[in-house]
Write a protein that binds this ligand. Structure first.
Ligand code: FAD
Ligand code: UDP
Length: 379
């Protein structure tokens, strides 16, 4: 069989492009995936005790993008799960994003006064990045900001990124603002939920199209080569398009050095209890070597008595052979990425899409949006 397009990587970027090009574009797609399964980092499966787990970290779908929601809804129904997170601060479970309820849990009788000071200054519903809240003249608000900075952000951020919080990009920290509200949800997006039969089932439906041939357990580098401006498939020149969603430094044999990433080690534990913790994810913001614990049953809504599986996340520097999970966004790294991007641009039929290929901190919905936009252009 000959192909019009090769898609490398079968996460949300690759699966969306493969389906769109196959269906809307009527193109013959070869999809190559290194792992033995579909879904990229959103892959889920049952563990030995029958609990549906997320093998590569907890994934909660949320978006304000109606097109993305409608698109994925073709392949799955979503539950109405609303994700909540608490910070375990010396045994006190405090809602995150830090909000009015959190202020009450921590400051007790002083909470009404603090909330009033905040609402005198900002409209209710405002989301304030922590670095902005720490720039206060009022001594009481400064004390509040310092508390949140030290007990919610500083330690967690250092564990997650391996550097002091002052070296972490403001954009990253602004993902979790202080929220002037009583809304305890982690995300306030219009659409939010979990795929009712899991992510893997959703991916299988996306890929179920006669124009898509997919090979799992196949490292594209063994079949597709990029040399001297020419792309080859199995040694023959390939004049179709290639969509790549893997890491760019690896694609070009680390020619300019390694792009820095953080990786995660996951500690799964199954416990003989109905429930392990009060809500889906508990962040360990003042102690413990791991950043957070997720209890999957709370996310997926799975009903199973007397057993539950949790996952602890340990963050560390990523070296070759590890899974690169988080791009480390700073000037130097973006410049290095720029050099690889220039190399990629020498192949006019090579298109980059995805969290790795674009070296960005994208949520799932942003990836689907990027992939749909790319396919709009290509079709
Ligand atoms: P990936 O899912 O990484 O897929 C890329 C695929 O390419 C992989 O399967 C890889 O094996 C394959 N590949 C790479 N190189 C090659 C090669 N040479 N040959 C063949 N295959 C190759 N987003 C949310 O919206 N909500 C969340 O709750 C959420 N939680 C997250 C938690 C964690 C711990 C992490 C790390 C991310 C989370 N995300 C979340 C982000 C989400 O994972 C990404 O936005 C999304 O998975 C990116 O999809 P992708 O296709 O770009 O990349
Ligand atoms: N963060 C923190 N404490 C928290 C939650 C988040 O310090 O309780 C910071 C941390 O630096 C983290 C960033 O905010 O990396 C973004 O958090 P998010 O939950 O969006 O991270 P992700 O789910 O993508 O790992």
């Amino acid at each position: 069989m000959s192909y019009d397009v090769i898609v490398i990587g079968c996460g949300l970027a690759g699966a969306t492009c493969a389906r769109e090009l196959a269906e809307r574009g009527g193109q013959r797609v070869l999809l190559l995936e290194r792992r033995p399964h579909v879904g990229g980092n959103a892959y889920d499966c049952e563990d030995g005790s029958g609990i549906l787990i997320h093998k590569y970290g907890p994934h909660i779908f949320h978006t304000n993008n109606e097109r993305v929601y409608r698109y994925l809804s073709r392949f799955t129904d979503f539950s109405d799960y609303m994700h909540t997170v608490t910070a375990n601060i010396h045994g006190n479970f405090v809602p995150v994003p830090f909000n009015f309820n959190s202020i009450e849990r921590v400051f007790g009788d002083r909470a009404p006064g603090l909330i009033k000071k905040l609402t005198d200054k900002y409209p209710e519903g405002t989301k304030i990045p922590i670095f902005e809240l720490t720039e206060q003249n009022d001594p009481e608000l400064s004390e509040l900001a310092d508390y949140v900075f030290n007990n919610v952000f500083a330690h967690y951020t250092e564990k997650q990124w391996g550097v002091p919080i002052t070296e972490v990009s403001r954009e990253t920290l602004a993902r979790v603002p202080v929220f002037l509200s009583r809304d305890d949800r982690y995300f306030q997006d219009t659409y939010q939920g979990m795929p009712k039969d899991g992510y893997t089932a959703m991916f299988e439906r996306m890929l179920d199209h006669g124009n898509i041939e997919f090979c799992l357990g196949t490292d594209a580098r063994d079949r597709v080569r990029f040399e001297g401006g020419v792309i080859t498939l199995d040694g023959e020149a390939f004049d179709g398009r290639v969509i790549f969603s893997g890491a760019l430094d690896e694609l070009f044999d680390y020619r300019y050095g390694d792009l820095p990433y953080r990786t995660l080690d996951f500690g799964f534990e199954t416990h003989g209890v109905d429930s392990f913790q009060p809500n889906g994810t508990v962040n360990y913001t003042v102690d413990m070597p791991y950043t957070r614990i997720t209890e999957f049953k709370k996310l997926t809504g799975q009903k199973k008595a007397g057993v539950t599986t949790i996952m602890k996340e340990y963050s560390r520097a990523c070296t070759r052979g590890d899974n690169p999970y988080y791009a480390i966004l700073n000037k130097e790294n973006l410049e290095l990425y720029g050099k690889y991007k220039e190399l990629a641009d020498r192949y006019p039929s090579l298109f980059l899409v995805g969290r790795l290929a674009e070296y960005k901190y994208y949520n799932m919905d942003a990836i689907v949006a990027r992939a749909l936009e790319l396919c709009d252009r290509l079709i």
